[in-house]
Each structure stands twice: as structure tokens, then as C-alpha cells.
Design a protein around this ligand. Structure first.
Ligand SMILES: Cc1cc2nc3c(=O)[nH]c(=O)nc-3n(C[C@H](O)[C@H](O)[C@H](O)COP(=O)(O)O)c2cc1C
Length: 187
């Protein structure tokens, strides 16, 4: 299994990074090959709406740190999107990368990606209220479905403010391991 993870928090040891590590380590221990991209350290622009990918080219014409990520995602079996909740949505770092997925849609707005990928979202938020921001996963999973993803999973923890607080939340860390087992069990 090939796994590509995009980490969208600026905190290298933040809550989402800790959960991502639990998930990815569990996958690696079952034989997965993992490639991680720490978006905050990368240089890339948002989609420029130039429409080249709809009119002239098969791929995004921007050349920046997203360029190798496009091919890595194309080849991956599992794509892991990791983000703190910022103002009720993904962090800017991850949203900017997600907008660039527009280039995976062809001129007919059908996906250029091969079918069958699994998506995993890892989301944490400061608010302890689970009913708050629980729309994020469904909205973005819907876009991945459009891009031909077969199934999406969610690892989520609420009520986490300080960096790494999630280390004291065994049930959240266990959730990461459980989802790892579920995605790795698929053919
Ligand atoms: C700019 C910013 C915006 C935030 N917006 C929200 C929010 O809308 N709702 C919420 O519950 N928490 C919000 N938070 C808190 C983070 O989601 C929370 O601390 C998260 O666990 C951080 O994950 P990390 O340590 O991986 O960065 C915000 C934090 C920052 C810095």
C-alpha cells in the first residue's frame, strides 16, 4: 500500500501531527510505504483559475512544491489529509493544496485519477462540542468521491487547544490505530 499524507497544521508536534503519526506508524508496521508532506514548510500557490487544466494541459501548469505531490497522490492507494479546524474549516495550508486538486478534473469535470483510492481525514478542534464543525468531513469527502475516491474515513478529536494535548487522549490515539487497521485491511 502506498500512502501519501498532507499535514496542514503549522505545528510540527501539534495534535493533528501526533494523530497522523499514530495512524501512519500503524500503517507502516503493517507494511505500507508512507510519504509525508509538511505543507507549512512548502512553497506553493493557490489555484490561479487559469483553466489550463481544462483547456490546454492534462496537468496543472504551475511549477512549485505541489508538482511532485500531484504524481504522488495519483500513485497512492491511501491519501491522508490532516488539519486543525481553523474558523470552521480546513487550515489555509490544506485548503490551498485542496484547491489545486482542481487539476485532477478533466474538461468534462470527470476525474483524471484512477478509481479505488481511500481517503483519510484527521481533524482536531479546540471546541469540545462534537456537533460543531462536524460538516467538514462530509463536505470534503464528497469532493474526494467526485475525484473517484472509493471510501473516506475520519479520525477526529475535539476539545484540544495546546500543541500535543492529544497525547493524553488514549481514545483518540486508539481511533487512529483502528482506522489504520480498517484501511490496511482493504484489498
Ligand atoms: C487560526 C486558528 C483558528 C482556529 N479556529 C478554530 C475554530 O474555528 N474552531 C475550533 O474549535 N478551534 C479552532 N482553533 C483551534 C484548533 O483547531 C485546535 O487548537 C487544534 O487542536 C490545533 O491542532 P494542531 O495542534 O494540530 O495545530 C483555531 C486555532 C487557530 C490557531
Amino acid at each position: 500500500m502506498k500512502i501519501v499524507a498532507l499535514l496542514g497544521s503549522p505545528r510540527p508536534e501539534g495534535n493533528t501531527a501526533v494523530l497522523a503519526r499514530s495512524f501512519l506508524n500503524a500503517c507502516q508496521s503493517q507494511g505500507a510505504a508512507v510519504e509525508t508532506h509538511f505543507l507549512n514548510k512548502m512553497s506553493y500557490r493557490g489555484c490561479q483559475a487559469c483553466m489550463s487544466c481544462k483547456t490546454k494541459t492534462e496537468a496543472c501548469i504551475l511549477e512549485d512544491d505541489m508538482t511532485p505531490v500531484y504524481e504522488a497522490i495519483r500513485q497512492a492507494d491511501i491519501v491522508v489529509l490532516v488539519s486543525p479546524v481553523y474558523f470552521g474549516d480546513l487550515s489555509g495550508q490544506l485548503k490551498t493544496a485542496f484547491d489545486r486538486f482542481y487539476a485532477y478534473l478533466d474538461p468534462n469535470f470527470a476525474s483524471r485519477l484512477p478509481a479505488g483510492k481511500q481517503g483519510v481525514f484527521i481533524l482536531t478542534q479546540g471546541s469540545p462540542k462534537e456537533e460543531e464543525y462536524n460538516d467538514i468531513f462530509g463536505r470534503y469527502a464528497g469532493f474526494l468521491q467526485w475525484l473517484n475516491f472509493q471510501q473516506c474515513h475520519l479520525i477526529r478529536a475535539c476539545g484540544l487547544m495546546g500543541p500535543g494535548e492529544v497525547k493524553d487522549r488514549p481514545e483518540a490515539l486508539q481511533q487512529a490505530v483502528d482506522v489504520a487497521q480498517a484501511v490496511m485491511a482493504r484489498p
